[in-house]
Design a protein around this ligand. Structure first.
Ligand SMILES: [Zn+2]
Length: 489
């Protein structure tokens, strides 16, 4: 019993540390996971039979034998905590007597929501580093052209909920303005993952940002915005002043990083994959503005010429990169850049129907580059992020976490899980003060981290595929301390 009292004391102290100095604001309830095995997002060793205490939206304690009840006294003036010599508090309650100034003592009951983890694996929520909130639930690109904006947002919001329920508690959105959706999700108006937004895609006329008819004049010539620019999806810029304005506009709205479309794309009509978009000066201008705001630029590019230009301009992230040479891979490693490559499946169901024969040809060429680039990633130890880029094929969305298994030829299960949790989170730290979530780290299970937590049936370190198939093996999903799925009772 003596050991128990000591632990209770530590616990009460932790409760108190959650308070602003001298203010008595003890939460009315906390969550305690009992008896779980922990993959902490960083270390290969699974911690066996641990408990995790969550207070408000943060993880407060990770240790063995955290008690589910107890009675304490907390002295607000000195910060001292002592175990009271009274019977243990009610079942699944912490009773805290707050001793204030003079003799005034206040009694607080804290309900402890105990979750019996039954030795399931507790791990950080998954992170997708290349996501498009607005496109992921859209069948083909045409609705962007034809549908009302609020319809587009409603469809996106529905999928945001499903994304969270697949175990993805954070996404980095790499294009298509979703600042309002992000705000609504962060405020708890509707469920969804945390979003690190980029804002409107920035590209060029005739490039990967151009979905207009071939005879549509660029804005700088005829003075009108096209539909995709109107809905803040794709912006075509020409020259350094327009680039400066576009980047500053995205930052003004709350972008945590900047995304440029620097080369040919699969879904766009006019640019073959080998096309190199933007001048060096334009890219450099974007990098300079991002740096002024303490953040970074990442670029859509497949080929060497664009990659080399990006490196020279100070870009930090390569999105895709499927057609890079070994020489480019070496340069990426030398410059400590990040690669977020997608394991696109040449046999992806529905790809031919959605893309049509011309674009499908581009898709195949790009998708077939994946194994070679992964060889380079391994050989040169390149910083690798996990991001799916699922867009315009909602029939495949349920396989978001299945994409993890596509890296198994090159990475161990541990390396894959680390990539999709703490490594992605580390990459996002390049946003500096523009990072929207600064209360604690993401992607890890440790005191002070955000309480973004999955409870998984089985051990994903042994079989990473159990995270796939639309969350069927994920018993519990918590984001920011709130539970969104729980099949354990
Ligand atoms: Zn993308």
């Amino acid at each position: 019993m003596k050991t128990m009292i000591k632990i209770l004391g530590t616990l009460a102290l932790l409760l108190m540390l959650a308070l602003p100095a001298m203010a008595v604001d003890i939460p009315s309830e906390v969550t305690l996971f009992k008896n779980v095995n922990i993959f902490d997002g960083e270390n290969e060793k699974l911690l066996q039979g641990y408990d995790v205490l969550v207070i408000r939206n943060l993880i407060k304690q990770v240790s063995k034998d955290i008690p589910t009840e107890g009675t304490y006294e907390l002295d607000v003036k000195t910060g001292g905590v002592k175990k009271l010599n009274v019977d243990v508090g009610c079942m699944h309650h912490y009773t805290v007597y707050v001793a204030g100034e003079k003799e005034k003592t206040e009694k607080k009951e804290v309900k402890v929501n105990v979750i019996d983890g039954k030795r399931k694996t507790l791990m950080p929520g998954l992170i997708d580093a290349h996501w498009h909130t607005l496109y992921v639930n859209m069948l083909g690109l045409d609705p962007l052209r034809t549908e009302e904006t609020d319809y587009i947002h409603a469809v996106a919001l529905k999928e945001a909920d499903k994304t969270l329920l697949r175990g993805f508690t954070t996404v980095r959105d790499l294009g298509g303005s979703c600042f309002g959706l992000k705000k609504a999700i962060d405020q708890g108006v509707c469920p969804g993952p945390r979003i690190l937004p980029s804002g409107t895609h920035i590209g060029i006329t005739g490039g990967h940002a151009d979905y207009t008819e071939s005879w549509n004049l660029p804005r700088s010539i005829d003075g009108s915005m096209d539909r995709f620019e109107q809905i803040e999806s794709f912006r075509q810029v020409a020259g350094v002043p327009e680039m400066l304005a576009a980047v500053r506009y995205n930052l003004k709205r709350g972008a945590s990083q900047i995304k440029l479309l620097m080369g040919g794309g699969v879904a766009s009509t006019y640019d073959p994959l080998d096309v190199n978009e933007f001048t060096f000066e334009e890219v450099k201008a974007a990098v300079d503005v991002a740096k002024n705001w303490g953040t970074y630029v990442t670029v859509h590019i497949y080929t060497d010429e664009g990659i080399k230009k990006a490196i020279k301009a100070g870009v930090k992230g390569i999105e895709h990169g499927h057609l890079m040479s070994e020489e480019a891979a070496k340069l990426i490693a030398k410059n400590d850049m990040w690669v977020c490559i997608q394991p696109f499946d040449p046999d992806m169901p529905g790809a031919l129907e959605i893309l049509g024969p011309e674009k499908f040809k581009k898709y195949l060429e790009m998708a077939n580059g994946f194994p070679k680039v992964m060889d380079f990633v391994k050989k040169y130890n390149i910083n690798l992020a996990f991001g799916t880029d699922f867009s315009f094929t909602p029939q495949n969305n349920h396989t978001q976490a299945n994409a993890l298994t596509k890296f198994s030829k090159w990475l161990s299960n541990y390396e894959i899980l680390k990539m999709a949790t703490s490594t992605n989170a580390k990459y996002f730290e390049l946003s500096g003060e523009r990072h929207p979530y600064k209360q604690g780290p993401l992607g890890v299970i440790k005191p002070g981290a955000y309480a973004d937590i999955l409870l998984v049936d089985g051990n994903p370190l042994e079989d990473v595929s159990i995270l796939g198939d639309n969350n069927k093996n994920i018993s519990l999903i918590m984001k920011n301390g709130k539970i969104y799925k729980n099949t354990i009772h």
